[in-house]
Design a protein around this ligand. Structure first.
Ligand SMILES: Nc1nc2c(ncn2[C@@H]2O[C@H](COP(=O)(O)OP(=O)(O)OP(=O)(O)O)[C@@H](O)[C@H]2O)c(=O)[nH]1
Ligand SMILES: [Mg+2]
Length: 201
């Protein structure tokens, strides 16, 4: 199955101004705009990549973080394979709002099994000297809220941007593999007289 290209939808959520559009644009067009405008509603861009031998078309959905655009962004959460919860390391409030973003996503995307949904947390703008959130604090939040991967990025300097999107793909593939494994377990179970089939689901 490694020959087929997989279409994955990943969605960037987080407060207005944390750098979601800048991360997407850096990754897809390798450009950075220091005077970027706030996003209104949603925008998306595609990029093809290969991760661990799998060919993937990543459809990156960039949403408007400002509260007044809530009704324009939430209809687009459904069908997302991965959610990138983004904050800015120089903006404490954007870090404290991560839980709200997570809840908003789970609700509007109608995620059936939130505990196993692949979230990845990004602390952006690490090029800035005046930090308000330490790496340790962000890592602790990730551990306590679902053991999510945490990556520190800079869209400006192109630090860890590709790594972040690749990690999103890895998280989705890992969940997919687990599901395949479970389904295989059930198949074996149906034809087996013993009750020793897989019970991972
Ligand atoms: N220093 C620095 N500035 C950044 C970085 N990423 C984004 N910015 C700047 O931060 C501002 C906001 O960036 P955006 O990408 O528009 O933020 P956003 O999260 O898309 O904001 P909304 O569309 O309102 O939700 C812009 O002026 C960017 O140039 C970064 O890594 N480092
Ligand atoms: Mg934006």
């Amino acid at each position: 199955m490694s020959g087929k290209s997989l279409l994955l939808k990943v969605i960037l959520l987080g407060d207005g101004g944390v750098g979601k559009s800048s991360l997407m644009n850096r990754y897809v067009t390798n450009k950075f705009d220091s005077q970027a405008f706030h996003t209104i509603g949603v925008e998306f861009l595609n990029r093809d990549l290969e991760v661990d031998g799998r060919f993937v078309t990543l459809q990156i959905w960039d949403t408007a973080g400002q509260e007044r655009f809530k009704s324009l962004r939430t209809p687009f959460y459904r069908g997302a394979d991965c959610c990138l919860l983004t904050f800015s390391v120089d903006d404490r409030q954007s870090f404290e709002n991560l839980s709200n973003w997570q809840k908003e996503f789970v609700y509007y995307a109608d995620v059936k099994d939130p505990e196993h949904f692949p979230f990845v947390v990004l602390g952006n703008k690490i090029d800035k000297l005046e930090r308000q959130v330490s790496m340790e604090e962000a890592q602790t939040w990730c551990m306590e809220n679902g053991n999510y991967p945490y990556l520190e990025t800079s869209a400006k300097d192109d630090t860890n941007v590709a790594v972040a999107f690749e990690e999103a793909v890895r998280q989705v593939l890992a969940v997919e593999e687990q599901l395949e494994h479970c389904m295989l377990g059930h198949t074996i179970d149906l034809h087996s007289s013993s009750k020793s089939g897989s019970s991972c689901c």
